[in-house]
Design a protein. Sequence first.
Length: 160
Amino acid sequence: MSVRKYLPQDYDQVVSLFRALPELFTRRTVCNVGYDLKDYERGDFRNILNCLVFSQEEEIQGVLIYRQDHTGDRVFELKWMAVKKERQRNGIGCSLVRHAEYLLKDSARLIVLYTSNTPIWNSTKEFFRKLDYQEVAIIPDFWDDGDDRAVFWKRINKGV
Ligand SMILES: CC(C)(COP(=O)(O)OP(=O)(O)OC[C@H]1O[C@@H](n2cnc3c(N)ncnc32)[C@H](O)[C@@H]1OP(=O)(O)O)[C@@H](O)C(=O)NCCC(=O)NCCS
C-alpha cells in the first residue's frame, strides 16, 4: 500500500473512482476530471496539475488532484479527491492529503479547497476539519441557487 504519482495507465481506474460516487459527482464533473487527467498527462502548461494515487497491489483505491492557483502567491488548490466507498475511513484520504502537504511544504504558503454547503458534503467537511483546514468563507448560491460554495483554508508555510 502506498501513495505514488499518477501514471497514464491509471486513467480508467481513477475516473472510475469518481464515477462510482454519482450522488456526489455528476457526469459533467467526471468528464472534467478526465480532461484534467489528460492535461496532466500532456503536461499542459496552462493547467499545471499534480495527481497522487493510493494503490494496493495494482488497485487504485484513492486519488487526489491538486494544482497551483497562480492568482495568489504560493497558493495551491486541492481540486478533486475520491476514495473507493468500501475503503473509506481507513486513512487513505488522510495519507493522500498529508503526502501532498509534505510535497508542498517548501513551495506552498496556503492550501485551499472548495466544496458545497449542502448536507451531502458534510462528511467531506468533517474530513478536512480533522486535517486542520478551516472553513473561512461561504459564497452564497455559487454552484447554483441554494447551493453555496464553502471555502476551506490552511496555512502551510509562513513564507519569508
Ligand atoms: C472525503 C474522503 C476523501 C475522505 O477519505 P477517507 O479515506 O475516507 O478518510 P480518512 O479515513 O483518511 O479519514 C480521516 C479522518 O477524517 C474524518 N472523516 C473522514 N470521513 C468522515 C465521515 N464520513 N464522517 C465524519 N468524519 C470523517 C475522521 O475524523 C477520520 O478519522 P477517523 O476515521 O480516525 O475518525 C472520502 O470519504 C471520499 O472519497 N468522499 C467522497 C468524495 C469527496 O468528498 N471528495 C472530496 C471533495 S472533491
